[in-house]
Design a protein around this ligand. Structure first.
Ligand code: SF4
Length: 284
């Protein structure tokens, strides 16, 4: 990673960004498609800056389009996107390619511009919210997830309340919440004003309660719809059920047998149970 967020050790231990050769990626996707795989995920610490180190030969959006042309691949996912690098081209390609799952992980980390600056995130709350608007305008049903850090050095109650405001405004489908923890060797580890544990814990609990309430409501919005599900496994707790994934990444459990694993089937979403669904298979 080239970004050097001040709390993160990744750039020090993993080195700089390197973009794999596009042809090799496509060849690999063709190979797994020929083996019967239906879904691929393109992974990187910051996938949106793919190609920046190869003189813009191919952008990440163009790579995604190429991956979508591979026969046999029916679902394409990617993560993680840095909010500063989401391009209009990427949003357009996501919206127009049916194979690209309508799910975007967009880590905000904090809603206060002052803390975002201390974190070296290189975007403001306003810029982030503009990106969210563009994404939702292009794909109204998109599932949007995020990461949030609580208790970064110097975070005041006002800064924290700004994060809460963003959470309420964006209405994330889910959010991974973290308590800030020092990584030796990073700039944030030696910053003054480290926040006392009890203050961080109190903020974390308030954030988690808000995030979970919103998630429950958001998850339930697909109830009653029939959607395609890629079956992944026999259910761990009840072997008469199989577990699969919607394109938006939510899990669904329904009656089924092992031979369905790896297949995409239509499932009616009968009931949302918090963060997952119980369903009924309509057709194979
Ligand atoms: Fe890079 Fe992500 Fe770490 Fe920031 S948080 S330095 S973008 S890996």
């Amino acid at each position: 990673c080239n970004n050097f967020c001040t709390y993160c050790i990744v750039p020090y231990v993993r080195g700089r960004e390197r973009s794999r050769n596009a042809k090799n990626i496509i060849d690999e996707v063709r190979r797994v498609a020929s083996e019967g795989y239906k879904e691929v995920m393109l992974l990187g610490q910051n996938v949106n800056s793919y190609g920046n180190d190869t003189d813009g030969e191919i952008t990440f959006a163009q790579l995604l389009k190429e991956v979508c042309t591979v026969d046999g691949i029916e679902r394409v996912r990617f993560m993680t996107s840095h909010p500063k690098d989401i391009s209009d081209e990427l949003i357009e390609v996501m919206a127009s390619e049916d194979k690209i799952c309508k799910q975007l992980h967009l880590p905000i980390q904090c809603g206060s511009d002052r803390i975002l600056k201390l974190m070296n995130r290189k975007y403001t709350k306003e810029k982030y919210l503009q990106t969210v608007k563009k994404v939702r305008d292009a794909m109204p049903n998109i599932v949007l997830t995020t990461d949030i850090i609580v208790g970064f050095p110097g975070e005041t109650e006002e800064d924290f309340l700004e994060t809460m405001e963003v959470v309420k405004e964006v209405q994330y489908d889910s959010a991974f919440t973290f308590i800030y923890s020092k990584r030796t060797g990073t700039p944030a580890a030696v910053m003054e004003n480290q926040i006392p544990d009890d203050v961080v814990k109190d903020r974390f609990d308030r954030l988690l309660a808000e995030v979970q309430e919103i998630s429950r409501e958001r998850c339930a919005r697909f109830e009653g719809q029939t959607m395609d599900v890629l079956v992944e496994d026999v259910n761990d707790h009840d072997s008469s059920l199989v577990t699969g994934r919607l394109t938006n990444n939510l899990l669904v459990h329904f009656k089924g047998t092992e031979d369905l694993i790896g297949k995409i089937v239509d499932v009616h979403l009968d009931e949302c149970r918090g963060f997952y669904y119980m369903g009924t298979m309509i057709s194979k």
